[in-house]
Design a binder for this molecule. Sequence first.
Ligand SMILES: [Zn+2]
Ligand SMILES: [Zn+2]
Length: 226
Amino acid sequence: MSLASDSDDTPTAASTADLLALRERRSESSDTITCGFCDEETDEETAIRDSFCSFECFRRYKGRKALNAIESDHTLCATCFRVVKTVEKPPWGTELKVEGPRGRGDEDVKKDCLIGYQYPTEHMEKGLRDLKRAVVDDDSVDRRQVVAVPAALRWGCECGNTDPKNRDEILEAVDLEQTIVSLLGCLRTLAAEGTLNSPPSWPQLRDALRDHGRDWELVIGTALYG
Ligand SMILES: [Zn+2]
Ligand SMILES: [Zn+2]
Protein backbone atom coordinates (compact mmCIF):
# COMPACT_ATOMS: atom_id res chain seq x y z
CA MET A 1 0.00 0.00 0.00
CA SER A 2 1.43 3.38 -0.92
CA LEU A 3 0.47 6.95 -0.15
CA ALA A 4 -0.61 9.24 -2.99
CA SER A 5 2.13 11.58 -4.01
CA ASP A 6 1.82 15.32 -4.73
CA SER A 7 1.83 14.60 -8.45
CA ASP A 8 -1.37 12.50 -8.49
CA ASP A 9 -4.67 14.46 -8.38
CA THR A 10 -4.00 17.67 -6.53
CA PRO A 11 -2.08 20.20 -8.62
CA THR A 12 0.93 21.62 -6.92
CA ALA A 13 1.60 25.36 -6.72
CA ALA A 14 4.09 24.99 -9.56
CA SER A 15 1.66 23.08 -11.88
CA THR A 16 -1.20 25.58 -11.25
CA ALA A 17 1.09 28.45 -12.22
CA ASP A 18 2.05 26.57 -15.38
CA LEU A 19 -1.58 26.08 -16.34
CA LEU A 20 -2.37 29.77 -15.81
CA ALA A 21 0.66 30.77 -17.86
CA LEU A 22 -0.35 28.41 -20.66
CA ARG A 23 -3.91 29.80 -20.71
CA GLU A 24 -2.58 33.35 -20.83
CA ARG A 25 -0.20 32.52 -23.67
CA ARG A 26 -3.06 30.88 -25.60
CA SER A 27 -5.33 33.92 -25.33
CA GLU A 28 -2.44 36.21 -26.33
CA SER A 29 -1.59 34.11 -29.37
CA SER A 30 -5.14 33.24 -30.47
CA ASP A 31 -6.11 34.96 -33.69
CA THR A 32 -9.34 36.77 -34.29
CA ILE A 33 -11.46 36.73 -37.40
CA THR A 34 -14.19 39.00 -38.69
CA CYS A 35 -17.63 37.37 -38.61
CA GLY A 36 -18.84 36.66 -42.14
CA PHE A 37 -22.28 38.06 -41.35
CA CYS A 38 -22.18 40.80 -38.69
CA ASP A 39 -18.51 41.93 -39.13
CA GLU A 40 -17.80 41.59 -35.37
CA GLU A 41 -14.33 40.41 -34.36
CA THR A 42 -14.43 36.92 -32.91
CA ASP A 43 -11.95 34.35 -31.59
CA GLU A 44 -10.82 32.06 -34.37
CA GLU A 45 -10.78 29.05 -32.03
CA THR A 46 -14.46 29.40 -31.12
CA ALA A 47 -15.72 30.58 -34.53
CA ILE A 48 -18.68 28.68 -35.97
CA ARG A 49 -17.80 26.94 -39.24
CA ASP A 50 -14.49 28.87 -39.11
CA SER A 51 -16.20 32.11 -40.21
CA PHE A 52 -19.01 33.23 -37.88
CA CYS A 53 -19.22 34.61 -34.35
CA SER A 54 -22.40 32.66 -33.57
CA PHE A 55 -24.67 29.99 -34.96
CA GLU A 56 -27.35 32.64 -35.47
CA CYS A 57 -24.98 34.60 -37.75
CA PHE A 58 -24.26 31.40 -39.68
CA ARG A 59 -27.99 30.74 -40.09
CA ARG A 60 -28.68 34.36 -41.12
CA TYR A 61 -25.85 34.24 -43.68
CA LYS A 62 -27.34 31.12 -45.28
CA GLY A 63 -30.88 32.55 -45.15
CA ARG A 64 -29.75 35.86 -46.70
CA LYS A 65 -28.01 33.96 -49.50
CA ALA A 66 -31.26 32.15 -50.37
CA LEU A 67 -33.26 35.42 -50.17
CA ASN A 68 -30.74 37.17 -52.46
CA ALA A 69 -31.19 34.37 -54.99
CA ILE A 70 -34.98 34.79 -54.84
CA GLU A 71 -34.80 38.60 -55.10
CA SER A 72 -32.49 38.47 -58.11
CA ASP A 73 -34.72 35.95 -59.96
CA HIS A 74 -37.12 37.99 -62.12
CA THR A 75 -39.49 35.05 -62.43
CA LEU A 76 -40.26 35.11 -58.68
CA CYS A 77 -42.06 37.67 -56.51
CA ALA A 78 -39.78 38.53 -53.57
CA THR A 79 -42.77 39.53 -51.44
CA CYS A 80 -45.09 36.49 -51.65
CA PHE A 81 -42.62 34.04 -53.31
CA ARG A 82 -45.08 33.17 -56.11
CA VAL A 83 -43.79 32.32 -59.59
CA VAL A 84 -44.86 35.28 -61.74
CA LYS A 85 -43.12 34.51 -65.05
CA THR A 86 -41.94 31.56 -67.05
CA VAL A 87 -39.13 31.77 -69.58
CA GLU A 88 -39.15 29.70 -72.76
CA LYS A 89 -35.65 29.34 -74.13
CA PRO A 90 -35.19 29.16 -77.92
CA PRO A 91 -32.55 26.91 -79.52
CA TRP A 92 -29.07 28.07 -78.49
CA GLY A 93 -27.69 30.87 -80.67
CA THR A 94 -31.03 32.02 -82.15
CA GLU A 95 -30.55 35.54 -83.51
CA LEU A 96 -32.95 38.40 -83.03
CA LYS A 97 -33.16 41.60 -85.07
CA VAL A 98 -33.39 44.65 -82.84
CA GLU A 99 -34.75 47.66 -84.73
CA GLY A 100 -33.81 51.21 -83.82
CA PRO A 101 -36.18 54.20 -83.76
CA ARG A 102 -38.36 54.52 -86.88
CA GLY A 103 -37.18 56.65 -89.77
CA ARG A 104 -33.52 56.41 -88.90
CA GLY A 105 -32.61 53.87 -91.56
CA ASP A 106 -31.45 50.29 -91.70
CA GLU A 107 -28.16 51.15 -90.04
CA ASP A 108 -30.03 51.13 -86.73
CA VAL A 109 -31.14 47.53 -87.17
CA LYS A 110 -28.86 45.35 -85.06
CA LYS A 111 -28.66 41.68 -84.40
CA ASP A 112 -28.62 40.33 -80.90
CA CYS A 113 -28.80 36.89 -79.37
CA LEU A 114 -32.27 35.88 -78.19
CA ILE A 115 -32.19 34.71 -74.58
CA GLY A 116 -35.82 33.63 -74.30
CA TYR A 117 -39.48 34.54 -74.39
CA GLN A 118 -41.07 35.32 -71.07
CA TYR A 119 -44.71 34.74 -70.26
CA PRO A 120 -46.74 35.86 -67.25
CA THR A 121 -48.18 33.14 -65.03
CA GLU A 122 -51.70 33.24 -63.60
CA HIS A 123 -50.24 35.16 -60.63
CA MET A 124 -49.34 38.21 -62.71
CA GLU A 125 -51.71 41.09 -63.30
CA LYS A 126 -51.45 44.34 -65.16
CA GLY A 127 -51.81 47.38 -62.98
CA LEU A 128 -50.50 50.79 -62.15
CA ARG A 129 -46.87 50.71 -61.17
CA ASP A 130 -47.09 53.91 -59.24
CA LEU A 131 -48.70 57.27 -59.28
CA LYS A 132 -46.87 60.45 -60.10
CA ARG A 133 -47.92 63.71 -58.58
CA ALA A 134 -48.65 66.59 -60.90
CA VAL A 135 -49.45 70.19 -60.13
CA VAL A 136 -52.31 71.59 -62.25
CA ASP A 137 -54.16 74.85 -62.39
CA ASP A 138 -57.74 74.58 -61.23
CA ASP A 139 -59.52 77.62 -62.71
CA SER A 140 -62.84 76.76 -61.10
CA VAL A 141 -61.52 77.45 -57.63
CA ASP A 142 -58.73 79.76 -58.77
CA ARG A 143 -55.87 77.82 -57.25
CA ARG A 144 -53.32 75.19 -58.09
CA GLN A 145 -53.79 71.65 -56.85
CA VAL A 146 -51.83 68.42 -56.78
CA VAL A 147 -53.42 65.47 -58.56
CA ALA A 148 -52.29 61.88 -59.04
CA VAL A 149 -51.69 60.66 -62.57
CA PRO A 150 -50.82 57.10 -63.60
CA ALA A 151 -47.13 56.76 -64.48
CA ALA A 152 -47.37 53.55 -66.44
CA LEU A 153 -49.26 50.30 -66.75
CA ARG A 154 -46.95 47.53 -65.60
CA TRP A 155 -47.22 43.85 -64.88
CA GLY A 156 -47.34 43.10 -61.18
CA CYS A 157 -47.94 40.15 -58.87
CA GLU A 158 -51.45 39.32 -57.67
CA CYS A 159 -50.27 40.02 -54.10
CA GLY A 160 -50.10 43.71 -55.06
CA ASN A 161 -46.33 43.93 -55.47
CA THR A 162 -45.46 45.76 -58.69
CA ASP A 163 -41.71 45.06 -58.69
CA PRO A 164 -40.70 41.37 -58.33
CA LYS A 165 -37.46 42.36 -56.53
CA ASN A 166 -39.36 44.37 -53.94
CA ARG A 167 -40.06 43.04 -50.45
CA ASP A 168 -43.20 44.38 -48.79
CA GLU A 169 -43.90 43.38 -45.17
CA ILE A 170 -47.59 44.31 -45.38
CA LEU A 171 -48.40 42.54 -48.66
CA GLU A 172 -46.52 39.37 -47.65
CA ALA A 173 -48.91 38.88 -44.72
CA VAL A 174 -52.20 39.40 -46.62
CA ASP A 175 -52.27 35.70 -47.57
CA LEU A 176 -49.58 34.41 -45.23
CA GLU A 177 -50.48 30.75 -45.69
CA GLN A 178 -49.92 31.06 -49.46
CA THR A 179 -46.67 33.02 -48.88
CA ILE A 180 -45.31 30.16 -46.75
CA VAL A 181 -46.37 27.48 -49.25
CA SER A 182 -44.75 29.49 -52.07
CA LEU A 183 -41.55 29.96 -50.02
CA LEU A 184 -41.20 26.20 -49.67
CA GLY A 185 -41.68 25.90 -53.44
CA CYS A 186 -38.97 28.55 -54.04
CA LEU A 187 -36.51 26.74 -51.77
CA ARG A 188 -37.19 23.45 -53.58
CA THR A 189 -36.53 25.19 -56.92
CA LEU A 190 -33.27 26.71 -55.61
CA ALA A 191 -32.16 23.25 -54.46
CA ALA A 192 -33.05 21.72 -57.85
CA GLU A 193 -30.98 24.44 -59.56
CA GLY A 194 -28.01 23.80 -57.25
CA THR A 195 -28.14 27.09 -55.32
CA LEU A 196 -28.99 25.13 -52.15
CA ASN A 197 -27.63 21.71 -51.21
CA SER A 198 -31.08 20.46 -50.34
CA PRO A 199 -34.46 22.05 -49.54
CA PRO A 200 -35.90 22.01 -46.02
CA SER A 201 -38.73 19.61 -45.27
CA TRP A 202 -42.14 21.06 -44.39
CA PRO A 203 -41.72 20.17 -40.64
CA GLN A 204 -38.31 21.94 -40.62
CA LEU A 205 -39.79 25.09 -42.17
CA ARG A 206 -42.87 24.98 -39.92
CA ASP A 207 -40.71 24.72 -36.77
CA ALA A 208 -38.49 27.60 -37.93
CA LEU A 209 -41.57 29.76 -38.59
CA ARG A 210 -42.92 28.95 -35.13
CA ASP A 211 -39.63 30.06 -33.54
CA HIS A 212 -38.82 33.12 -35.65
CA GLY A 213 -42.09 34.41 -37.13
CA ARG A 214 -41.59 36.38 -40.34
CA ASP A 215 -37.86 36.96 -39.85
CA TRP A 216 -37.36 35.23 -43.22
CA GLU A 217 -33.56 35.36 -43.16
CA LEU A 218 -33.44 33.47 -39.87
CA VAL A 219 -36.42 31.26 -40.75
CA ILE A 220 -34.76 29.99 -43.94
CA GLY A 221 -31.32 29.54 -42.32
CA THR A 222 -32.85 27.66 -39.37
CA ALA A 223 -35.02 25.48 -41.61
CA LEU A 224 -31.94 24.56 -43.65
CA TYR A 225 -29.37 24.13 -40.89
CA GLY A 226 -31.31 23.54 -37.65
ZN1 LIG B 1 -21.66 37.56 -36.24
ZN1 LIG C 1 -46.32 38.55 -54.96
